[in-house]
Ligand binder design. Structure first.
Ligand SMILES: Nc1ncnc2c1ncn2[C@@H]1O[C@H](COP(=O)(O)OP(=O)(O)OP(=O)(O)O)[C@@H](O)[C@H]1O
Ligand SMILES: [Mg+2]
Length: 294
């Protein structure tokens, strides 16, 4: 396992220059030809060669199997995002990895004023990455399906949703900033709902979740779209159990043709979970009516 923090600290400004150049080329090349790199960077060929070798050994870039061409890896993009977050004073230090989701890596971090934060690096296509790259060839093609680009879009979407939701005081993590595919929020010292076997007040917790769904729907105009017991964190504060809804990149607007379906599904999953786990008898229809009412 390569450690992001260790690799990050060993990268120099010159290394970052090269990584930034590869990032600039993301929208133009699958793999960036060496001639393109050499003509755009002020670096003697020998140094360029040595640096490319170093970056490959750090696994922040990857070389094409047959051509002299290179591309950023997810780890490379992580380093670039982290650099931007540090330079912009959003984050001061990186901590432990706290989660590996299907589509993200989440780390603890510290802000410049010593508050705990969470950095979520989006990872779209993690599972199918290798297969997809194998089937594409080297060339001057830009495909919108590129996984790094899609991860950047996913990160931006999540940050956008969190900012809108923060503005209406919904129970979601406070957004602190973002860069490329990374989203920084306040760190929530909590437990994922699916791990919670007992609650003092399951009914209050459920209705707090429903309030958040309603706020998002009515005031922010958005629907989560992937709500389940895996995307709710229970935080204990002043002996109260407070549910935060996390993981928003797939949100959709209430005007989307599929909005009602997704709203119903979100409500159904949550209500069913509370029915099964905490024996709460609340009907999905009643909740839906409440969410849509004034
Ligand atoms: N702000 C936060 N504070 C504390 N922990 C967090 C925070 N955000 C995310 N996490 C942790 O990281 C995990 C993954 O986050 P999230 O659900 O946003 O990503 P994901 O890639 O969709 O994960 P999965 O695919 O497992 O749903 C969460 O379940 C939670 O344990
Ligand atoms: Mg999740």
């Amino acid at each position: 396992m390569v450690k992001l923090g260790v690799i990050f600290r060993r990268l120099t400004n010159q290394d970052f220059k090269l990584l930034k150049l590869l990032e600039r080329a993301l929208f133009r090349f699958e793999y960036v030809p060496i001639e393109w790199i050499a003509s755009r960077i002020d670096m003697p060929p020998k140094e360029l060669d040595a640096r490319l070798r170093k970056l490959r050994s750090f696994k922040v870039i990857r070389k094409h199997t047959t051509m002299p061409a290179y591309r950023l890896t997810f780890l490379g993009l992580d380093c670039l995002a982290l650099k931007e977050l540090v330079d912009r004073n959003v984050v001061a230090a990186l901590g432990d990895k706290i989660g590996v989701g299907k589509e993200s890596d989440v780390y603890k971090a510290l802000t410049p004023d010593n508050k705990l934060a969470s950095i979520k690096f989006h990872r779209i296509g993690r599972t199918s990455f290798k297969k997809v790259v194998l089937h594409r060839d080297y060339g001057l093609k830009f495909e919108r399906s590129d996984w790094l680009i899609r991860s950047i879009i996913s990160g931006k979407r999540e940050l956008e949703a969190l900012r809108i939701l923060n503005n209406v005081n919904a129970l979601v993590p406070n957004a602190l900033g973002g860069a490329k595919h990374a989203v920084v929020t306040e760190y929530l010292e909590g437990v994922e709902l699916y791990e919670v076997k007992e609650l003092l007040n399951p009914k209050d917790v459920l209705w707090n979740i429903i309030e958040t769904i309603k706020k998002a729907y009515k005031e922010a105009g958005i629907i989560h779209g992937d709500l389940s017991e895996y995307n709710v964190l229970i935080v204990i504060s002043d002996e109260k159990e407070i549910p935060y809804i996390i993981d928003w990149p797939q949100w959709i607007a209430v005007v989307d043709p599929n909005a009602q379906n997704l709203l119903e599904r979100d409500v159904r999953y949550i209500v069913r979970f509370f029915r099964k786990r905490f024996r709460l008898d609340i009907s999905e229809e009643e909740v839906l009516r409440y969410v849509k009412s004034e």
